[in-house]
Write a protein that binds this ligand. Structure first.
Ligand code: 6GU
Length: 246
């Protein structure tokens, strides 16, 4: 999987990319991440990439010309032109099924990171990017969102995680729409807080049943929106993977 990140703040990324799982995958050649400074595609002597909005208003707008030229040049750097994605709070909201969809259908992704008040609309009209938001809040720029995208996507690439099956079976993935059950490790007791007895007994079917029950209970309390509505025919296909009697 190859990512090309287009940003005005390339220095944000190296720390993130040196994190162990990602760094190993980059060293192995399973993942490639190329960071490009959009300012390198400006043509005027002051390397000006933004300008005031027509019609007035606050902030600055990223200009169409350098951004479009940058995307075209970067696309040509690989045989696979890839898909262009724009990180913007106006985009479709990222969720695990969308991550899985992207991981299944795209080998190369070009991630456009906005700053200021956003891109000139013609960048969108010309390049027709997939516009992606990571949630209903506003960030100072698309860089953190691009890292979220990369982080969620690389987990889907075979060989990136130790256990390949695990990433496609996490909370929120297609096969599982429930929150994770609580986990414990040693010691068995800490400041009066004990590990649940069932986990210490070695009865695997009892452990599985307890975990399922905990997942269901947590999901009901915290994220009932993930559960199918009772009497909703269309939701039955997405019934959580549960043998529970509730
Ligand atoms: Cl992708 N960008 C910005 N600037 N803010 C966001 C976002 C993206 N997703 C949620 N908020």
């Amino acid at each position: 999987m190859r990512f090309d990140v287009l940003t005005l703040f390339p220095e944000i990324f190296p720390g993130y990319m040196s994190q162990s799982i990602l760094n190993k995958s980059i060293q192995n050649g399973i993942v490639e991440i190329h960071i490009h400074n959009m300012r390198d595609w400006t043509t005027d002597k002051h390397n000006k990439i933004d300008d005031r909005p027509f019609g007035g208003g606050p902030g600055m707008i990223l200009a169409v010309e350098p951004v479009v030229r940058c995307v075209r040049d970067v696309r040509a750097m690989d045989d696979d032109p890839g898909v262009v994605m724009m990180m913007t709070p106006s985009g479709q909201r990222l969720c695990q099924p969308l991550v899985e969809d992207f991981a299944t259908h795209h080998r190369r992704m070009i991630l456009l990171c906005g700053r200021y008040e956003g891109f000139d609309q013609r960048v969108i009209d010309i390049l027709k990017p997939i516009e992606v938001s990571i949630g209903d809040y506003i960030l100072n720029g698309g860089e953190v969102a691009a890292m979220v995208m990369i982080d969620s996507l690389v987990r889907m690439v075979p060989g990136v995680l130790g256990d390949e099956l695990s990433s496609w079976d996490d909370s929120f993935s297609r096969g599982n729409r429930m929150l994770e059950y609580p986990q414990y490790t040693r010691p068995r007791e800490f400041e009066g807080h004990n590990v649940p007895e069932v986990l210490l007994g070695g009865n695997h079917s009892a452990i599985e049943k307890w975990r399922l029950q905990e997942s269901l209970e947590r999901t009901k309390i915290r994220r009932s929106d993930l559960l199918p509505e009772p009497n909703n025919e269309s939701a039955t296909a997405e019934t959580p993977n549960t043998k529970s009697e509730t």
